[in-house]
Write a protein that binds this ligand. Structure first.
Ligand SMILES: Cc1cc2nc3c(=O)[nH]c(=O)nc-3n(C[C@H](O)[C@H](O)[C@H](O)COP(=O)(O)OP(=O)(O)OC[C@H]3O[C@@H](n4cnc5c(N)ncnc54)[C@H](O)[C@@H]3O)c2cc1C
Length: 382
């Protein structure tokens, strides 16, 4: 198995220029990591998945995942820009030749940011096919009305990949039909039917609500065929889950390394706290859980890169890695005693950041229900 040591070394060197203090400052002022994202873009890492013919480096999901893992492991927060890597996958796999030629080189060189992915709605939640945002055809354009919630990085993106209904759910035979995808030029739409409202969250995530009020989108902005959008987002969702699993593995490594160092160093009752099994075993367990999740994550990436079905593995990887990083974070915080709560140690920040992945981009219960129904053949629960 390739361990991608060159990529790991390169990303680690870049991240060394952005130490904990950089992320702490942004976290406390809710600012976007502009400088970090600019350097990551300039170094080509965010274009890892774009084929070379379009100006990217043409790497696979496994290599791209390693980039995000190393950012997390170094103490950074890849959630600020990870979607720039994978959202373009829908354009790459389902866009027209003209769309690919127009957008992919500009995304690869960083002139355009496509890192906003608009799926979730307040009323529909996890029940994606119940979304209500509607795009009505009017000659050579569509008129969009509706609302999205939790659309991250919308204020830091030029383009939005937007999932809408073009046929009402009540009028389709299969609920996954009648959904369509658009690549929306946000710079044109903002103030012309699109309003963005930021949502303050427990971590620095730049997520927003979007409101569409007769927003006009040219018909040429549709990705693929009308009504087939749900199918197009599925493979991008698998990539998203695999890449986020890699991030969680990076978080695990950060937490385990910090916990290990502190447990070996900190002396209470005249000996290192790590010599007590009550402190040592949770760290050892976190390591074992991380390794198991890491194997599943690489397996999911391998399957995707080989063009094979990876839905079950992508979901399991994301769930196992998110569970492992949450537990590793909790263990690291506990190992540090009071210091775990001090901002300058970065542990409480990473603890807040990794907690998200129990809920987004898909919550753990929905993954369990996917495994129950589609892998084990148990009766459908909803
Ligand atoms: C910070 C942040 C960033 C996000 N970024 C994006 C983004 O960029 N783009 C985007 O489209 N979305 C984004 N999301 C949305 C995210 O994908 C959703 O929050 C997630 O899919 C869960 O949907 P929900 O919040 O509506 O929860 P709900 O669907 O309301 O679920 C609430 C709880 O109930 C559980 N639940 C629901 N139904 C069932 C069931 N049938 N059986 C068992 N349990 C069930 C869920 O597991 C969950 O724990 C983001 C969310 C957050 C918090």
């Amino acid at each position: 198995m390739d361990d991608y040591q060159d990529i790991r070394d390169g990303v680690t060197a870049l991240c060394a220029e952005f130490p904990g203090e950089y992320w702490q400052k942004l976290d406390s002022s809710s600012e976007y990591p502009d400088k970090f994202v600019a350097e990551l873009t300039a170094s080509g890492y965010l274009a890892a998945l774009i084929p070379e013919e379009y100006g990217g480096s043409g790497l696979g999901v496994e290599a791209a995942g390693v980039i995000l893992e190393e950012i997390s492991r170094s103490g950074g927060h890849p959630g600020a820009c990870h979607a720039q890597m994978y959202t373009m996958g829908t354009v790459l796999r389902h866009g027209s030749l003209q769309q690919k030629a127009r957008y992919l080189p500009e995304i690869a060189n960083g002139n355009l940011r496509l890192q906003a992915f608009g799926v979730t709605e307040p009323a529909a939640g996890s029940d994606t096919t119940s979304i209500k945002t509607f795009a009505r055809r009017d000659g050579d354009k569509y008129i969009v009305n509706g609302q999205k919630i939790w659309i991250s990085r919308a204020e830091h993106s030029d383009l939005l990949l937007l999932l809408t209904r073009t046929t009402l759910k009540e009028q389709v035979t299969k609920k996954t039909e009648g959904l369509s995808l658009f690549l929306v030029d946000m710079n044109k739409a903002l103030g012309n039917g699109l309003t963005i409202r930021p949502i303050a969250t427990m971590m620095n995530h730049h997520t927003t609500e979007l409101f569409f009020d007769d927003m006009v989108v040219p018909a040429s902005a549709m990705i693929g065929e009308e009504g087939k959008g749900f199918r197009y987002v599925l493979d991008s969702m698998n990539v998203e889950r695999i890449l986020i699993a890699f991030e969680c593995i990076g978080d695990c490594k950060f937490f385990i390394e910090r916990a290990k160092e502190y447990a070996a160093d900190r002396k209470v009752f005249g000996r290192p706290i790590g010599s007590n099994q009550g402190v040592q075993f949770p760290i050892a367990r976190a390591y074992a859980e991380m390794r198991a999740a890491e194997l599943m994550t690489h397996e999911a990436a391998r399957l995707f890169d080989a063009g094979e079905h990876c839905g079950a593995e992508a979901n399991m990887a994301k769930m196992l890695a998110a569970d492992a990083s949450w537990n590793a974070g909790n263990t690291c915080l506990q190992t540090h005693g009071g210091l775990g709560f001090a901002r300058e140690y970065d542990i409480e920040r990473k603890f807040r950041e990794t907690r998200l992945y129990q809920v987004a981009p898909i919550s753990t219960n929905l993954i369990l229900s996917f495994i129950g129904e589609h892998v084990l053949g148990l009766p459908r629960s909803f």
